[in-house]
Design a protein around this ligand. Structure first.
Ligand code: E4P
Length: 217
C-alpha cells in the first residue's frame, strides 16, 4: 500500500521525506487555506519535493471551468494529479482530462456506486472518505472493501485511494482491505511506529548498555 501525506504544509512534508514514507501528497482547498500559502505556488513547491503524485483540487463547479482549471493545475508540474469532486460535472471533467492523459483523482466519494462511475470516467484515483462516513455512523471501511471488490470484478485500473483517515486502525484496515493508497495526516503516519512495548524495551536495553561502560563511537 502506498502512503500519501494529506497536507499542504511544506514543512510537514519535508520532515517526513527522510522516512521514505512519502509516496505522494494530497491537498484540498481546506488544507490550502490552513497552510496560508498561495495555491499554485505551494503545489509547485510540493511537486519539487516529492517524486510521486500530488493532488491539487479544482474549485469550479461546472465541467467547462473544471477542465480549464485542471489544465492550469496540470501545467504546474508533471506529477500534478487533478482532483475533481464526485458530481456529474466532475465526472465529465474527469473523462475529458483523463482522455488527454492528465492524471485525475475523483474526491468526496461516499458510495460504491459513485466509485463505479469514477472508474468508468477513467479516473486515475478514487478517494473514498472513511472518517467522514464513520462520523455519521456508517462503516467507512466497508466502502473500501466494496470498491475493492467491484474494481477487481471488472479489472478497473482506477486506484483506490483511501482518504479521510483518522487513526492507525484505519491504516491497518485499509491495508487488509487492499486499498492501493492511503492518504493520512503526518501525525497518523508517524504514529504507526509507536508502541509502548517498543519504548519500554528500548529503555531497558539502554539502561543495561550504560552499565557495560562501552561505546560504539
Ligand atoms: C483527501 O484527499 C482529503 O483531503 C482528506 O483525506 C479529507 O480528510 P478529512 O475528512 O479528515 O478532512
Amino acid at each position: 500500500m502506498k502512503f500519501f501525506v494529506d497536507t499542504a504544509n511544506v514543512d510537514e512534508i519535508k520532515a517526513l521525506i527522510p522516512t521514505g514514507l512519502v509516496d505522494g501528497v494530497t491537498t484540498n482547498p481546506s488544507l490550502v487555506m490552513k497552510s496560508g500559502r498561495d495555491f499554485k505556488e505551494v503545489i509547485a513547491e510540493i511537486c519539487d519535493l516529492v517524486d510521486g503524485p500530488v493532488s491539487a483540487e479544482v474549485t469550479g463547479t461546472e465541467s467547462a471551468q473544471m477542465i480549464a482549471e485542471g489544465k492550469v493545475l496540470a501545467a504546474i508540474a508533471d506529477n500534478v494529479t487533478v482532483k475533481l469532486p464526485l458530481t456529474i460535472d466532475g465526472l465529465i471533467a474527469c473523462k475529458s482530462l483523463s482522455g488527454e492523459g492528465i492524471d485525475t483523482n475523483v474526491t468526496l466519494c461516499f458510495s460504491a456506486n459513485q466509485a463505479l462511475l469514477a472508474a468508468k470516467a477513467g479516473a486515475t484515483f478514487i478517494s473514498p472518505f472513511i472518517g467522514r462516513l464513520d462520523d455519521i455512523n456508517i462503516d467507512g471501511m466497508e466502502l473500501i472493501r466494496d470498491i475493492r471488490m467491484i474494481y477487481d470484478n471488472y479489472d478497473f485500473r482506477t486506484e483506490v485511494l483511501a482518504a479521510s483517515i483518522r487513526s492507525a486502525n484505519h491504516m491497518k484496515d485499509c491495508a487488509i482491505a487492499g486499498a492501493d493508497v492511503a492518504t493520512a495526516p503526518p501525525n497518523v503516519i508517524t504514529g504507526l511506529a509507536k508502541h509502548p512495548l517498543t519504548d519500554k524495551g528500548l529503555e531497558a536495553f539502554l539502561t543495561d548498555w550504560s552499565k557495560t561502560g562501552q561505546k560504539i563511537l
